[in-house]
Design a protein. Structure first.
Length: 210
């Protein structure tokens, strides 16, 4: 009888832990709301693609021994997180500037984020200290050293990305539902302020977990 790649009991426990982590508001989910408000449903889902592309990069790093790399080069990962936080903060400032521009000209676009929702999402997740914590502290206890690592990581990646896609999409589409009123100058200005605040909050969350 073929052996299951992952210990079933450990995997069930992991699913519970991952479900809680996926729905908990953090930099990725906060960004999803802001991205949905600014870009609408399609942009919200593209942002989810970008964030989970970064998650795949983290899983690849885990397969190569991320924990050892973090111990050997902690400042490199700290600098990556700081750079990502500054980028997200810059997006927030751009959104706030757009809100004030709308106050002067009601027909001006309220929010200016990066050119690509995928790139913005990737930058948020690749710099997310929550991801580093997940791969260095949360995931290792669930890995069975007596089983091949690659199949285990594949199943953990499937569960992680699956739950993140559902959670991030829900947050993003919730924000996008509000974007239908963006044709109203006053409403657009108010949500530009909200978007800026959410993006700055995401940047602060990233920095506070360093």
């Amino acid at each position: 009888m073929a052996q299951f790649p992952v210990d079933p009991h450990l995997y069930a426990t992991f699913l519970g832990v991952m479900a809680v982590m996926a729905i908990t508001p953090g930099p990725a989910n906060v960004f999803s709301v802001a991205n949905g408000v600014q870009r609408g449903p399609a942009g919200a889902l593209l942002g989810v693609v970008g964030m989970n592309s970064a998650t795949l990069v983290w899983f690849g790093a885990a397969a190569l021994g991320l924990g050892a790399l973090v111990v050997a080069f902690p400042q490199v990962f700290r600098l990556i997180s700081i750079g990502g936080a500054l980028y997200v903060g810059w997006l927030g400032v751009q959104a706030l500037r757009g809100a004030f521009a709308t106050a002067a000209d009601p027909h001006a676009p309220a929010v200016k984020m990066g050119r690509s929702a995928i790139v913005d999402g990737f930058m948020v997740q690749i710099a997310n200290p929550k991801a580093v914590l997940f791969f260095t502290a949360v995931l290792p206890p669930f890995l069975d050293v007596n089983r091949p690592a690659a199949p285990q990581l594949a199943l953990f990646a499937l569960a992680t990305i699956g739950m993140d896609v559902l959670s991030m999409s829900a947050y993003g589409l919730g924000g996008a539902a509000l974007a239908r009123r963006m044709s109203e100058p006053r409403f657009r200005r108010g949500f530009a302020l909200l978007t800026g605040a959410l993006l700055l909050a995401a940047a602060v969350l990233i920095l506070s977990r360093l």
